[in-house]
Design a protein around this ligand. Structure first.
Ligand code: HEC
Ligand code: HEC
Ligand code: HEC
Ligand code: HEC
Ligand code: HEC
Length: 605
């Protein structure tokens, strides 16, 4: 008896010790989030975009640089309420992680040393200029190429503590002087260096591969927390936990191998598109400035820079009415909707009593790509009878409550989460989670790969599909929907949603620090709850099909089975006797094995 009690006390003590250790935040330090490239405080102030706008298009709309950029999410990254809501939870989860967030979302604040404290409270009004003109136009190619890179770059790189080995993770290198860089040989009235880097996707890749440097990849592709208070051992993205891999997805696609003729779907005046710039900064007729007598180009890089986010802009207009121009943002939101419509091709075909739906990814990366939490795309199908009555709906979305029925359709999304080790450390349950800064497992990634997809190549860059298979070369996905008897018309749609209700409520409920989760939630409610955007729509007239119900008893049962067996003649190609018509399930005018397999599928009371 005494022994048993002793054990009980021991067990109890062990549980208590675990509970005491299992808590948030994880005690990471700034050192855990150190990354190479330019470091804070060594730069003169980044010039605000308003200054650039005076010559680059805030006056003349034909100069499609300042205005479209201003409406884009990159110009709003440090106003985006979703960013602040996520940042607050991240800081609750892992101390000092905010330093990496601010680095990419507002480089001006980071380089100016205002990511200290890392909760974002030091980000000032001018820093809300976000990913601004100077950010991109002072970026230096970290790979110095003799005779190609500006000669000044050699000194800049030599002055770094460490030159980044790869481009991603926000390890940007900035010119310490305000010398603006661009791809053309021009002579502006300001310091300028011609830079081939600005034509390369790597420039975008600097921020569009996001990794968690607190984790290290193991040989078995699991991710383990580093020793605390020490920088990541290699400082290279492929050894860290992959949060976003848009650039790597692109780099492993056909677009990165010289470009693809997309028939004018993307790129403006350009037929063949390859880089991020080609699709996201289309070539248009116009001039680059409204200063003096500027040359006209047929390949002006329009700074549209929109992706799929056609929602956050509206929240930003509400939250910063005196700081942003509503029309400019609304115009960019419309461009984003247009981009979403170009992103897919939808095919649908009837085969007897089923509907085949194919969704083709036309973009240069996964569809959807990038930020994983709460972002998704799905197929919606409506089946109607001759009177227009809705017989069946797949992937139904309740527009008032923002609830999506997910169990009868395909949802394209990534679901991240935590493993047992992180669960033990934090006290959070193992499995899927929205704790962006803690996640170290990808539980699902069903997003559709781009042209040129290769399983091995995607695995190398930590972008392999998870819990869903795609074959090499497959940049589409097929889904089969069973049509109810009596269907005469099927309507298939593909929807995109920036943020699910589950994610928005999580950001509100998990927040114990400030009101950022509530602010986001209130805005979400006011702006249509991240309304799904219809990317594609296809209407199909459905031909008559049989369902195997010989006796019209409302199901396929034993009696029908006997009738089917009597009608089964094998492939004849000839007409079917009227009494046997219910057995011709695929409508090819015979009753054979193909019908048999369909019949079996329907068998049941
Ligand atoms: C996200 C990065 C990014 C931001 C932000 C950005 N640019 Fe650019 N800009 C580029 C790239 C890349 C090019 C070259 C694109 C190409 O030629 O395909 C470019 C090209 C230009 C050009 C030359 C256009 C041409 O075709 O001749 C000018 C001028 C310019 N940018 C000014 C600005 C100004 C002003 C802002 C702010 C209002 C700005 N940029 C914001 C990346 C950026
Ligand atoms: C006083 C007017 C003026 C201001 C202010 C100004 N620019 Fe320019 N910029 C020009 C002119 C003129 C050109 C040459 C355009 C041409 O020949 O096509 C130019 C060219 C450029 C280019 C060259 C792009 C290429 O074709 O390769 C970049 C990049 C650029 N500016 C960035 C900026 C940024 C960033 C700012 C603000 C920090 C800024 N400019 C502010 C007048 C200005
Ligand atoms: C300094 C970091 C940085 C660089 C460099 C950068 N981006 Fe971004 N980009 C961001 C951030 C941060 C956001 C997210 C803003 C938000 O949604 O709040 C973003 C958002 C976007 C979006 C909108 C995504 C959506 O959900 O709709 C597109 C498109 C985009 N970037 C394209 C580019 C392209 C093309 C380039 C290169 C010319 C580039 N970016 C370079 C940081 C960067
Ligand atoms: C062939 C054209 C094409 C190329 C190349 C391309 N994109 Fe996109 N991108 C799109 C389209 C279309 C969308 C809108 C659909 C969507 O949101 O996924 C998009 C969306 C995005 C988004 C929003 C992600 C999402 O799914 O909501 C980001 C971020 C982005 N692109 C960045 C990039 C970067 C960075 C590159 C280069 C490494 C790049 N894109 C190359 C066409 C392209
Ligand atoms: C390496 C650069 C980088 C780092 C580091 C980074 N982000 Fe981002 N973030 C991006 C880019 C680029 C996007 C846009 C991707 C897209 O829309 O697909 C983005 C998108 C987001 C979004 C979605 C915004 C929207 O409106 O859809 C949120 C929220 C966000 N980031 C929060 C964070 C937080 C919090 C951290 C730190 C824990 C962080 N990010 C770290 C580059 C970065």
């Amino acid at each position: 008896m005494r022994i048993i009690r002793g054990i009980a006390v021991l067990v109890c003590a062990a549980v208590m010790a675990d509970a005491a250790r299992a808590q948030l935040p994880v005690e990471t330090t700034l050192a855990d989030f150190f990354q190479s490239g330019s470091q804070p405080d060594s730069y003169d102030q980044f010039i605000h975009s308003n200054n650039c706008g005076t010559c680059h298009g805030s006056v003349t709309e034909e100069v499609r640089i300042m205005q479209p950029w201003q409406g884009s999410m990159m110009a709003q990254a440090a106003r985006d309420p979703m960013f602040y809501a996520c940042l607050a939870v991240a800081e609750q989860d892992a101390r000092f992680v905010g330093d990496v967030c601010i680095r990419c979302h507002t480089p001006r604040a980071w380089l100016g040393g205002r990511s200290n404290p890392t909760d974002g409270s030091n980000i000032n009004d001018s820093d809300r200029d976000s990913v601004n003109c100077s950010t991109c136009h002072r970026m230096v190619d970290p790979v110095y190429e003799e005779g190609v890179s500006p000669i000044e770059d050699e000194t800049i790189l030599a002055n770094l503590l460490k030159v980044p080995e790869d481009f991603s993770g926000g390890k940007y290198v900035m010119d310490f002087r305000d010398r603006r860089r661009g791809p053309r040989a021009v002579e502006p009235p300001h310091a300028f260096l011609q830079s081939p880097f600005h034509k390369e996707a790597q420039l975008c890749g600097t921020c569009h591969d996001v990794s968690n440097p607190a984790y290290t990849r193991q040989p078995d592709d699991t991710y383990v927390l580093n020793d605390l208070d020490t920088p990541h051992p290699t400082d290279v993205a492929r050894d860290q936990f992959p949060m976003e891999r848009t650039f790597s997805e692109w780099a492993s696609s056909e677009f990165a191998r010289g470009g693809v003729d997309m028939g004018g779907r993307f790129g403006g005046n350009r037929q063949v598109v390859g880089t991020c710039q080609d699709c996201h900064m289309p070539a248009v007729d116009g001039s680059a400035c409204d200063f003096g007598d500027p040359p006209m180009y047929t390949d002006l890089a329009a700074h549209e820079l929109v992706g799929g986010n056609a929602w956050a802009g509206e929240m930003i207009i509400n939250l910063y009415p005196d700081e942003v121009d509503a029309d400019t943002i609304l115009a960019s939101m419309e461009r984003a909707r247009d981009m979403l419509r170009r992103a897919v091709t939808l095919d649908a075909a009837q085969d007897g009593d089923v509907l085949h739906v194919r969704v083709i990814n036309e973009t240069g990366h996964k569809l959807p790509s990038g930020y994983p939490e709460g972002r998704r795309m799905w197929i919606h199908v409506e089946c109607r009878d001759a009177d227009g009555v809705l017989l069946r709906e797949f992937g139904a979305y309740d527009w008032n409550r923002a609830n999506l029925t997910t169990d009868d359709t395909k949802v394209y999304e990534a679901k991240l989460g935590i493993d047992q080790a992180v669960a033990d450390l934090t006290g959070l349950p193992v499995g899927e989670s929205f704790h962006f800064a803690l996640n170290n497992v990808i539980y699902k990634d069903s997003r559709i790969p781009p042209r040129g997809f290769d399983n091995a190549a995607f695995k190398r860059v930590q972008a392999a599909p998870v819990a869903k298979g795609y074959s090499d070369g497959q940049y589409w996905d097929d889904t089969v929907f069973a049509l109810p008897v009596g269907t005469t018309q099927a309507v298939a749609r593909v929807y995109y949603q920036t943020a699910s209700k589950e994610y928005i409520t999580f950001l509100r409920d998990a927040n114990t620090t400030n009101d950022k989760g509530q602010v986001l939630y209130d805005q979400w409610r006011q702006t249509g709850k991240s309304p799904p955007v219809e990317m594609a729509l296809l209407t199909l007239e459905v031909q008559w099909f049989s369902n195997g119900d010989f006796d019209s008893y409302g199901g396929v049962d034993v009696t029908d089975h006997a009738a089917f067996a009597g009608c089964m003649t094998g492939p004849t190609g000839g007409p079917v006797e009227p009494a046997c018509e219910p057995g011709d399930l695929d409508g090819d005018t015979d009753v054979d094995l193909r019908d048999w397999s369909r019949f079996q599928n329907r068998f049941g009371p």
